[in-house]
Design a protein around this ligand. Structure first.
Ligand SMILES: *Cc1c(COP(=O)(O)O)cnc(C)c1O
Length: 418
């Protein structure tokens, strides 16, 4: 459920006509509904009522500080994958004790920064990272809380690029090595073992892969207890999918029920790292038709947004629904919606029946609240889009559209060319 709905023939973001936002801020523009963000966060946390848990929102899905602050105010923590994300989250006011740090390649300076900030724990992804964490923690005189990210070798049945929990993936430590690594870590002076972690992939549309990985982790937890290694936290990562097209992912309540059932006797504090499930359907990308091209073979709608603004269709062949901001088109047409970028892969919609958009028509790409703006780039020297947050009948810009000056900031000519 989200708050992008039609009133008469006009698309609204909560109580604001999307047309008004586009008129004031220009296009392309990302528009987020704060009420939807809150509703999704609430649904997720309520799904685990009765079980001690913390929601550590995955910053990479949508890292705008206004979005982070919305969840932080509701008691959320964050899952970060870089020093940059930590800096954003701290700026937005996150409690460091609710920060978990994932990622296969943490640099020394990032580790130091996180230790000095006093984050809850590092989700350790390799044997060498364990040694490095111990070393850096010793150097800065802190103890590093850790969970080992275990790769449970479960197929999440999602797109291969967002599958992370198979043995062949670069993520985590394999089940076979995990026990030995816990033992090794438990003997290191600057580490404190706090938990166990897994994250098997993104856009999962079934509960079973989550349950299967918990079953595998439980075997490990039992083995660790036998060795006198007690854990406090069970971090189950993110990955719960959303509806983009015709998928029918489980509701947070059903996901919660299955997980509570599977973890109830463990006595561990649960941590979740949802990203897409909370932010995905809370945002849209609004763009404008520049030209239409009719050919015998094919019809193209050329718009002012491109793969640099919303990369998912080009990157994964992902589906985003497209809707007119004002419904006044003459029926449907089979067409591609493409951007101005000089790549054949630059499309947002491919071979689909869509409204017959005319020049200057506005359109909204749905479900663009997660992995939308955060994956955007400046390719073709295109300034990145503005971001707007709506609440009820109010809206404000939460990130200015980039300017052409922004594009060359930091560049300089070498002395021999100046
Ligand atoms: C990307 C990521 C998430 C969030 O995934 P979603 O599918 O958006 O819920 C959570 N944890 C880790 C470690 C990630 O890399």
């Amino acid at each position: 459920m989200h708050y992008f709905q039609y009133r008469d023939n006009e698309l609204y973001a909560e109580d604001v006509p999307v047309r008004e936002i586009a008129a004031k801020v220009g296009t392309p523009v990302y528009v987020y509904s704060q009420t939807t963000l809150e509703r999704h966060f609430k649904a997720f946390t309520e799904a685990f009522s009765g079980a001690p848990h913390t929601i550590c929102y995955s910053v990479k899905a949508n890292s705008n500080q206004a979005v982070l602050k919305t969840f932080i105010k509701m008691g959320g923590g964050v899952d970060i994958v870089s020093g940059g994300e930590l800096s954003r989250a701290l700026k937005a006011g996150v409690d460091p004790k609710k920060v978990v740090y994932s990622g296969v390649g943490k640099r020394d300076d990032e580790i130091e920064y996180a230790l000095n900030t006093g984050i809850l724990m590092f989700n350790v992804e390799s044997e060498q990272e364990i040694d490095r964490l111990n070393e850096v923690a010793g150097r800065v005189g802190k103890k590093a809380g850790i969970a080992i990210r275990v790769n449970p070798d479960v197929d999440p049945q999602t797109h291969p690029y967002i599958t992370t929990g198979l043995k062949k993936a670069k993520f985590g430590i394999t089940m076979e090595h995990a026990v030995a690594e816990y033992k090794r870590a438990s003997e290191m002076p600057n580490l404190e073992i706090l938990g166990i972690d897994c994250h098997i992939g993104s856009q999962l549309t079934k509960v079973e892969p989550f349950v299967d990985s918990i079953k595998k982790l439980k075997e490990l937890i039992t083995e660790l207890r036998g060795m006198g290694i007690e854990l406090k936290y069970l971090d189950l990562g993110g990955g719960l999918g959303i509806q983009y097209d015709a998928e029918a992912p489980p509701l947070p309540a059903d996901y919660g029920k299955a997980i509570k059932e599977e973890t109830k006797d463990l006595g561990l504090h649960l941590i979740f790292e949802p990203g897409r499930n909370i932010a995905g359907n809370a945002g849209i990308l609004v763009a404008k038709t520049l030209f239409t091209k009719e050919r015998d073979e094919k019809h193209f709608i050329v718009i002012d947004a491109a793969m640099n603004d919303l990369a998912r269709p080009s990157l994964y062949g992902s589906f985003h629904g497209v809707q007119p901001v004002v419904k006044d088109q003459d029926g449907l047409i089979g067409a591609d919606i493409v951007g101005p970028i000089c790549e054949t892969g630059d499309f947002l919609v491919k071979d689909r029946q869509i409204p017959m958009f005319k020049q200057n028509d506005l359109m909204a790409f749905m479900s663009a609240g997660a992995y939308g703006f955060t994956m955007s780039s400046n390719y073709n020297s295109r300034p990145r889009a503005a971001e707007v947050m709506v609440n009820g009948d109010k809206f404000e810009v939460i990130r200015e559209r980039e300017s052409v000056e922004d594009l060359v900031r930091g560049e300089s000519l070498p002395s021999w060319l100046a």
